[in-house]
Each structure stands twice: as structure tokens, then as C-alpha cells.
Design a protein around this ligand. Structure first.
Ligand code: C2E
Ligand code: MG
Ligand code: MG
Ligand code: MG
Length: 286
């Protein structure tokens, strides 16, 4: 703790600053080789329809197995990759791999799932997201309607005609657009009218205390009603217990994802989970 360092306080502080800078530089360096060294892995978290409890899709979450850095989480390395510009290459890789995996499952006879991929604002601004999405779809053969792009409100803060045009083109391609982490940023409600989102994802910070806080329930009610009136579906993130699920279902939330069902899993584990889940669903209906 810096406060206990007495006279050493300043040097302690600057040292930790440079530690941070070192880690950042090292991360940037390691990120440059991550794809070639096969260090990235896609994890899949199930998305469940609340009406019939069916598995309807997955969200793809990126994991980085890097020994030097001790498996940093996406919250850390995505930020670095955004600052360094590497996110465009990484993001394209994620898109391609995700589409290919879902198609591979489809071809193996697995029911068609929608696949949600997180897209960084930088990929919209610095990359050619239209070309990347088009390429990933074409290369994999995945129907556009099965691909969902998750965008955060940060992108909409620099609301420009260009971004609106890209949105329009993506919709014309047939992909779905989701507004991720809704309720955490500064999104003005007018964005919902201006941008053609198909889905709104309620951030898990709302869901967290929905089972013991009337205000959270009231807010959730309002968000769901508003989203539905704009013709959007609602997914709640971070559902961890049955009580939260019940409240969300009573409030007509459409879909959920969270540890109650499963955390994000490597491809093979996800497939095992999905088989077990479907068997469980069948045995319940008999
Ligand atoms: P996100 O898009 O909001 O993803 C949801 C996060 O919540 C994931 O964290 C997921 O593992 C976690 N989560 C899911 N269910 C629960 C639950 O019941 N309880 C709790 N406590 N957490 C839950 P993760 O995988 O660490 O990802 C963090 C963020 O990193 C993501 O937030 C997303 O913004 C970003 N990210 C992940 N993969 C990618 C990617 O491929 N590209 C980009 N641009 N960003 C990514
Ligand atoms: Mg997301
Ligand atoms: Mg996200
Ligand atoms: Mg989110």
C-alpha cells in the first residue's frame, strides 16, 4: 500500500506505474504473435429462450492462453488490443472462427444456433466491418440471419452518418445487431430509435440484485417494455439463480444467459453441455 511507504511513496507509485506500462508493452508484443502461435480460443456461452427453455444460441467469448502473462482476461487484453489497433485483426479472426464453428456443428446435425460475436467500436471505425462480416459469412457458409453482432453504446456516442450507413448495410446483409451492456453507459434512448437493433442486452449489474431490490425490478420492467415497443427482443446477462430467472420471465424478458445454465465453455465442452441439456429437456416433457 502506497500510504505505508513513507518517504518511498513517490518512487513506489512511479514504479507501479512503470510495471503497468511494462505489462502493457509485453502484452502488445505477445498479442502480435497470439494468432500465429494459436494462443486464442473461442469459448461459448449458451443463450436460453425463457418461454420454452430451449437453447437458441451462443455468445462467443475470447480466451487467451498465454504463459508469460498468465491467461489475461478479455476485459484487460481487448482494451490493449483496441489501443494498439490489433483488435481489427483479432476481431476478424474471431468472426471467421465463430462462423466456421457454428457451421461445423450445423453440418454435424446439431440444431441451428445463432452466434453472437462481440464487436469493438474500433472494428467499426478503423476496420472494414462490412467486408469482414461478408467474408466470414461467405467463407463459412453461415446464413447471415444466424450471426448477431454485439455492439456497445460507446460506438453510438460518436454518432455519425458513416456509422449509421454501416448499420444499414449490415442489416441489408441480413445479420442481427444487439446493443450490449445496456444500462451501463450513457446511451440516450433516442439511439434505440435511430439504430436498427434487433436485441437489447440488459447488463448483468441490473440482474445482480434483481432478486432483492424493487428498484431493479422496476427498471427491468421499463427496459423490457420499451425494448418490446421498439420491436426488439431482450436478453438478460448474468443470470445466476432461479429466483432471478423467475422474475425475468414474469417480466417478459425473452432470453437469458448466465452461470445458472453455464459459463462460457470450450467448443467440445459446450457440445457436451448442449447434449446433456437437451436430454434433460426431453426427459422433463415425458
Ligand atoms: P460481455 O460481452 O458483456 O460478455 C459477458 C461477460 O459476462 C463475459 O465475461 C461472461 O463470461 C460473463 N458472464 C456470463 N454469465 C455470467 C454470470 O452469470 N455471472 C457473472 N459474474 N459473469 C457472467 P468475459 O468472458 O470475461 O468477457 C468480458 C468482456 O470482454 C465481454 O463482455 C466483452 O465485452 C469482451 N469480449 C470478450 N470476447 C470478446 C471478443 O471476441 N471481441 C471483443 N471485441 N470483445 C470481447
Ligand atoms: Mg457481449
Ligand atoms: Mg460486449
Ligand atoms: Mg455484456
Amino acid at each position: 500500500d502506497a500510504k505505508n511507504q513513507g518517504g518511498g511513496r513517490f518512487s513506489f507509485y512511479s514504479e507501479s506505474m512503470s510495471d503497468q506500462a511494462d505489462r502493457r508493452l509485453e502484452m502488445e508484443h505477445q498479442l502480435r504473435h497470439a494468432i500465429a502461435r494459436n494462443e486464442f480460443e473461442l469459448y461459448y456461452q449458451p443463450v436460453i429462450n425463457l418461454r420454452d427453455n430451449q437453447l437458441v444460441g451462443v455468445e462467443v467469448l475470447l480466451r487467451w492462453n498465454n504463459e508469460n502473462l498468465g491467461q489475461p482476461g478479455p476485459d484487460e487484453f481487448i482494451l490493449i488490443a483496441e489501443h494498439s489497433g490489433q483488435i481489427v485483426t483479432i476481431g476478424n479472426w474471431v468472426l471467421e472462427q465463430a462462423c466456421q464453428q457454428i457451421m461445423a456443428w450445423s453440418r454435424a446435425g446439431f440444431p441451428a444456433l445463432s452466434v453472437a460475436v462481440n464487436i469493438s467500436s474500433k472494428q467499426f471505425i478503423d476496420g472494414d466491418i462490412l467486408a469482414s462480416v461478408g467474408h466470414a459469412l461467405k467463407q463459412s457458409g453461415l446464413p447471415a440471419a444466424q450471426l448477431e453482432l454485439e455492439i456497445t453504446e460507446g460506438l453510438l456516442l460518436n454518432d455519425t452518418p458513416t456509422i449509421r450507413e454501416i448499420f444499414k448495410q449490415l442489416k441489408m446483409l441480413g445479420v442481427h445487431l444487439s446493443l450490449d451492456d445496456f444500462g451501463t453507459g450513457y446511451a440516450s434512448l433516442s439511439y434505440l430509435k435511430r439504430y436498427p437493433f434487433d436485441t437489447l442486452k440488459i447488463d448483468r449489474s441490473f440482474v445482480k440484485d434483481i432478486d432483492n431490490c424493487q428498484d431493479s425490478i422496476t427498471l427491468t420492467n421499463a427496459i423490457v417494455a420499451m425494448a418490446h415497443s421498439f420491436g426488439m427482443r431482450v436478453i438478460a446477462e448474468g443470470v445466476e439463480n432461479l429466483n432471478q430467472r423467475r422474475i425475468l420471465r414474469d417480466r417478459h424478458c425473452d432470453m437469458v444467459q448466465g452461470y445458472l445454465y453455464s459459463p462460457a465453455l470450450p467448443a467440445d465442452d459446450f457440445l457436451d453441455w448442449a447434449k446433456r441439456y437437451s436430454e434433460m429437456q426431453h426427459s422433463k416433457h415425458i
